[in-house]
Write a new protein. Structure first.
Ligand code: FAD
Lengths: 152, 284
């Protein structure tokens, strides 16, 4: 029942033997050792486990690792380049958009995907993109301002 | 946590999918936004998991004679955004209410139908436009009405080994308009307490579908008959609501809305929907 999969995460190919009990989130955290992506509700509701799968945001806790065989994944660790923060990360810091930080890895990759779709997102588009991400510190306003500050 | 592993196959042809689907206890996996959750609760332990996302026949949204076809494995977000679906207003609105963006990218329309939830948000819109389902099995492909396909909570009319290929939608009447209304506890990500799709052509040919009012999503046929028997008047509206309420007996065990709330909303939704679509109150 085991199968060998190759999943490319942040440009690096990871190979492992997995079965249907392993989620993509477990693969990212336990096989690849990338613990930036968080495990929250474990049923797709909270958004903490969001990663980009072939460029699109998805909930890695309700996807099996097997389903992602051959896919390209981007996690929060992959959005900074050459040791420099991604503009979104800097904007989140500048706008004090981070409190406890647990939701932030999901928020950042979802925001990155949002800016890919709409380089100049409206307030409504930002809220729509973050609406499926729970932040219990209440930082949505600061996050929205941080994202909007990157409008071109 | 998923406790027990099972074999996993990802066929790339329909023929192979149908062969694999002969395996007793096999389960089809589309977006997994319902099934993986059930597997995590260890309430589903398939003998074989068949990932159907790479089968071409289950993909695409395209024109067919007299209407369009929507492949079962098309993600909900694709249904929401595709140019060919935009004339089916209540379908686009209902599908657009499912989960959040990330869920809609993964969840499929076939999964929404086949999961058989009485509150599936894409289904009222499909029923308003008299959608048909296209089902493939070892002995060939059959087409039946979506209405006859919905059997009860969690139950659809799929025989052993069958797979839903997609839905057919007829080109709507040029005057057709529809709207989807969903009552949920929070604005944002929440499941529906009760929902309604309302359809009309000008001020006639009213169609009404409810989600979470009956054991399946269904059309309010009695109300439609009354409303379509003559001009829209306050009396006719009240009769239509009363006729619908005779058949709405929600169970107290419903997780998301009380029976009292659901019954109270039935009339509100019918009236609000018709008045918004026809642009005026009774006699207007
Ligand atoms: C956080 C969250 C929020 C949600 N919010 C909503 C909501 O607001 N409204 C709503 O309606 N739903 C909601 N859902 C439920 C779910 O996303 C939808 O029902 C979705 O459309 C299911 O599609 P899927 O492709 O993920 O199905 P899967 O989970 O892959 O499959 C569901 C069932 O259908 C069967 N199946 C799938 N495709 C086929 C096929 N082609 N032929 C035969 N059988 C098939 C599977 O075997 C399984 O039994 C939500 C789910 C989550 C996790």
């Amino acid at each position: 029942m085991d199968k060998q999969v190759t999943i490319t995460i942040n440009g690096l190919a990871y190979q492992a033997t997995v079965d249907t009990t392993m989620t993509l989130l477990q693969f990212i955290r336990d096989e690849a050792g990338l613990t930036g992506t968080k495990s929250g509700c474990e049923n797709g509701e909270c958004g903490a486990c969001t990663v980009l799968l072939n460029g699109k945001p998805v909930r890695s806790c309700i996807i099996l690792a097997l389903e992602a065989d051959g896919a390209e994944i981007l996690t929060v660790e992959g959005i900074a380049t050459d040791g420099a923060l991604h503009p979104l990360q800097q904007a989140f810091i500048d706008h004090s958009a981070v409190q406890c930080g647990f939701c932030i890895p999901g928020m950042l990759v979802a925001s990155k995907a949002l800016l890919g779709r709409y380089p100049n997102p409206s307030e409504t588009q930002v809220m729509e993109a973050l609406g499926g991400h729970l932040c219990r510190c209440g930082g949505y306003k600061a996050m929205s301002e941080a994202i909007q500050s990157l409008k071109q | 946590m998923i406790l027990n592993a099972c074999p996993y196959e990802k066929p790339t042809t329909l023929q192979r999918l149908l062969e694999l689907n002969q395996t007793p206890g096999a389960k089809l996996l589309a977006g997994g936004t319902d099934l993986v959750l059930v597997m995590k609760e260890n309430k589903a332990e398939p003998a074989l998991l068949i990932d159907i996302k790479n089968v071409p026949e289950l993909h695409g949204i395209y024109a067919i004679p007299g209407g369009i076809f929507i492949g079962a494995a098309e993600p909900i977000q694709e249904v929401v955004e595709h140019p060919l679906t935009q004339v089916y207003h209540a379908l686009v609105e209902g599908a657009g209410r499912i989960g959040c963006y990330e869920i809609r990218l993964r969840a499929t329309i076939g999964g929404n139908i086949c999961n058989g939830s009485p509150s599936a948000d894409s289904v009222p819109g499909l029923l308003l436009y008299d959608a048909d389902v296209v089902v493939a099995g070892r002995s060939g492909t059959r087409v039946s009405t979506l209405e006859s396909f919905l059997l009860g909570p969690g139950r659809v009319d799929l025989q052993e080994g069958e797979v839903l290929l997609g839905v057919n939608l007829k080109t709507p009447n040029p005057n057709a308009k529809s709207k989807y209304y969903r009552c949920s506890r929070v604005k944002g990500m929440d499941l529906s307490g009760i929902s309604a799709g309302i359809y009309c052509e000008g001020k006639s040919n009213f169609r009404i579908a409810f989600g979470a009012a009956w054991p399946t999503v269904a059309r309010a046929k009695a109300a439609e008959e009354i409303l379509n028997a003559g001009p829209y008047t306050p009396e006719r509206l009240q009769q239509a609501i009363a006729a619908t309420l005779e058949t709405v007996h929600p169970r107290r065990s419903s997780m998301r809305a009380s029976p009292e709330y659901k019954r109270a909303m039935v009339g509100e939704l019918i009236q609000m929907g018709i008045e918004e679509l026809t642009g005026g109150a009774c006699n207007g």
